[in-house]
Design a binder for this molecule. Structure first.
Ligand code: GLU
Length: 283
């Protein structure tokens, strides 16, 4: 079976040099190994994703010289697949509704008056737990229409899955530490899945064997391994590449005039120039 690679951008802005590194590296690795390249549009965040950005992704990638298989999977079209996975986790007793907004969580943490742990993305670990309320208290709140997030009971999930590793390119076995994320959100009332759940389901459904993505997602892999173990999904190989940094040494989070592929293209920059900028070989 040929290896299967994927590039999975979120259409919430224009592609920048960081995306170019990921997309081109995936394409190079697929070509060198006789593998397949998939493109996946990660558009579950309806508030931030725009159809125009999806079209721009296709244009920018074609300009870079990429070819990918059809049809392109768009996450927004597969919400039932994520819902099914969530149902399975719920049936295992690993998911519970929690009602605090982000601001309320920040407030709860501040009111502890002690050093509080943060997750690898810099957000405070959720200070509540599944034991904070009974099932009937939660049901009563849901009946009032209160917004909620479905969280993973990390202690129970960890206990069920046991110790986990993933295989990282050039490193070997890396011990997964999903507990560093606390009771992560798996879905919200109005968004039936989180990034973590959708990515794991899609990689499995699409038969992805190699996940090649930026180093900013390195520790997310801990949560992904846990969900794969709980849902009995195969584990791909992982390769987290260095990020493209801006002049101040920070990762590119938004496209700017200095980094957006379409701006660079309009200025006469060539795809070969882009490859050089992201330190990939030019043939
Ligand atoms: N959609 C994610 C992003 O644009 C990437 C997900 C992944 O590669 O696992 O950052």
């Amino acid at each position: 079976m040929p290896p299967v690679f994927r590039f999975a951008p979120s259409p919430n802005g224009y592609l920048h040099l960081g995306h170019a590194r990921s997309a081109l590296l995936n394409a190079d690795l697929a070509r060198a190994s006789g593998g397949r390249l998939l493109l996946r549009i990660e558009d579950i965040d309806i508030a931030r994703c725009r159809p125009a950005y999806v079209q721009a992704i296709y244009e920018d990638l074609r300009w870079l010289g990429l070819a990918w298989e059809q049809p392109v999977r768009r996450q927004s079209e597969h919400m039932t697949a994520y819902r099914d996975a969530l149902d399975r986790l719920e049936a295992m007793g690993l998911v519970y509704p929690a009602f605090e907004s982000r601001r309320e969580v920040a407030h709860m943490v501040a009111s502890r008056g002690e050093a509080w742990p943060f997750d690898p993305d810099g957000a405070p670990i959720y200070p509540g737990s599944i034991d904070a309320m009974t099932d009937s208290e939660r049901a009563a709140l849901i009946a009032t229409g209160a917004p909620f997030a479905l969280r993973l009971d990390m202690v129970a999930a960890r206990a069920r899955a046991g110790d986990l590793f993933w295989i990282e390119h050039d490193v070997g076995r890396v011990m997964a530490k999903p507990e560093d994320w606390g009771d992560v959100i798996l879905a919200r009332r109005d968004t039936p899945t989180s990034y973590h759940l959708a990515v794991v389901i899609d990689d499995a459904l699409q038969g992805v064997t190699h996940v090649v993505r930026g180093r900013d997602l390195y520790w997310s892999t801990s949560v992904h391994r846990l969900l794969q173990a709980l849902l009995d999904l195969p584990q791909p190989h992982y390769r987290h590449h260095d990020l493209v940094l801006d002049d101040t040494g920070h990762k590119l989070s938004k496209s700017t005039d200095a980094t957006a592929l379409r701006v660079l293209r309009a200025r006469g920059v060539t795809p070969a120039d882009i490859r050089r900028r992201v330190t990939l070989p030019v043939d």
